[in-house]
Design a protein. Structure first.
Length: 255
């Protein structure tokens, strides 16, 4: 479990986040949404231990090695082949090269990249590179996966396919997830709970939205569930209130 309790974070005198609290229970998928500049990515950095807190605390039963993060950029080494990129983390943690590469090939296969392990990143499509980056993270067998808008640059069809693979894999592996996203539909279709941050600076969690859509979950079919549209409308209005003080006349689902 991950618990963020009354957390304050900042880079100067004025905190970006103030008294922010949220919980990610074991095996649950949680999303964090909010206006730009509200400290969503900063909170992920704090959970990783990369950003010191000025107040509050982060409680977790996960060891540091059991926490991984997937960024929007792939961060693959261009001079290494796909399997070698996936194996890097395992090698860093002491695995023999042969064992690490075998595990890398296994994860590439599970993510639909069978036979592509010897290709360089430049020889892969954007969606394939993102799958390699995901395999690189999952090969470490994290218990908590942090994600900072990792699929934002992908087209809609590729994005839907990869997110479905992700949902299935984290469910089968029992991985807890904390996702930062600006896409409200994505947040609701993937998550068990969505938290809303207020406008920064001094942003705080202002609302929590349980998502009563059963699992196993199809990320496209989830959008037709009777609970989805009312939740989306409420989340959009609450987010709009944080950004502008009132809902805009024309509604869109991506903040």
């Amino acid at each position: 479990m991950l618990r963020v309790v009354e957390l304050a974070l900042g880079y100067g005198a004025t905190p970006v986040l103030e008294a922010a609290s949220l919980t990610v229970a074991d095996g649950r998928f949680v999303s964090l949404v909010g206006p730009s500049g509200s400290g969503k990515s900063t909170l992920l950095r704090a959970v990783m231990g990369l950003q010191p807190a000025s107040a509050g605390r982060i409680e977790t039963n996960f060891a540091k090695r059991e926490i991984s993060i997937l960024f929007q950029d792939d961060a693959l080494l261009p001079w290494r082949r796909a399997a070698e990129n996936v194996a890097l983390g395992l090698r860093f943690h002491g695995a023999e090269r042969r064992v690490a590469l075998a595990a890398a090939e296994e994860w590439l296969t599970r993510l639909g990249l069978d036979g592509l392990g010897q290709r360089y990143p430049r020889e892969l499509s954007g969606g394939q590179r993102k799958r390699v980056a995901l395999a690189q993270v999952l090969a470490l067998k994290p218990r908590l996966l942090l994600m900072d808008e990792p699929f934002a640059a992908l087209d809609a069809i590729v994005r839907a396919r990869i997110t479905q693979d992700l949902v299935d894999l984290v469910a089968s592996e029992g991985i807890s997830v904390l996702l930062v996203t600006h896409d409200l539909e994505e947040a609701l279709s993937l998550s068990d709970t969505v938290y809303l941050l207020s406008q920064g600076p001094r942003a705080r969690v202002t609302a929590e939205y349980p998502v009563p859509i059963p699992r196993p979950r199809d990320v496209i079919a989830a959008r037709t569930h009777p609970a989805f549209a009312p939740l989306l409308e409420k989340l959009w209005r609450d987010l709009s209130r944080e950004v502008e003080g009132a809902p805009p006349a024309g509604r869109s689902v991506a903040a």
